[in-house]
Design a protein around this ligand. Structure first.
Ligand SMILES: [Cu+2]
Length: 172
């Protein structure tokens, strides 16, 4: 016994993975977090930000902060004067409520100029997207083939699981 249950679990699991528009919580900067040493440009370009997703800025409280900037020019020049919002708990959650671009920088003197800033472009969650947020270690492929192959792999798994449900019971 238990065989069918296992297969059912696999099916449910595969279904969850392939589900589109799944809201995610994304740690800004990945495992390095919100820090001067993190390359936020390459991190952000490898992500897909969808409406409903949440950003989490993780850092040592007191060392850094999170300041939301109003526009591209403030972002480029690190002008923190017109900040829209400021957070400093060390684990700050920002919900991406609508499509568009938002700009964040560290409020600690000099950190923004050292590159501690990030630009987040959110897209509508209904648009076709790939579940690429599961930290893949290949930063070179930013095109769609990766998601296509992932999709065919999961399709294969579904087929395998389905055929197993049919074949296995007759074997026992
Ligand atoms: Cu900082």
């Amino acid at each position: 016994m238990g065989c069918r249950n296992t297969i059912l679990l696999v099916l449910v699991f595969v279904g969850l993975i392939t589900k589109k528009g799944f809201a995610a919580q994304l740690a800004v900067g990945g495992s390095q977090g919100w820090d001067e040493s993190t390359d936020f440009n390459s991190w952000a370009s490898a992500q897909k930000f969808k409406v409903g997703d949440q950003l989490v800025f993780k850092y040592s409280s007191g060392l850094h902060s999170v300041v939301e900037l109003p526009n591209e020019s403030a972002y480029k020049s690190c002008d923190l004067g017109g900040a829209l919002d400021s957070k400093n708990t060390g684990s700050d959650v920002v919900k991406l409520t609508k499509a568009g671009t938002r700009y964040f920088a560290c409020g600690t003197l000099g950190h923004c100029g050292q590159g501690m800033k990030v630009k987040i472009t959110t897209v509508d969650g209904n648009a076709p997207s790939s579940p690429a947020s599961a930290s893949s270690s290949s930063p070179s492929s930013d095109a769609s083939p990766a998601s296509t192959s992932l999709h065919s792999i999961t399709s294969f798994l579904v087929l395998a699981a389905l055929s197993a449900t049919v074949v296995l019971p007759s074997m026992f």
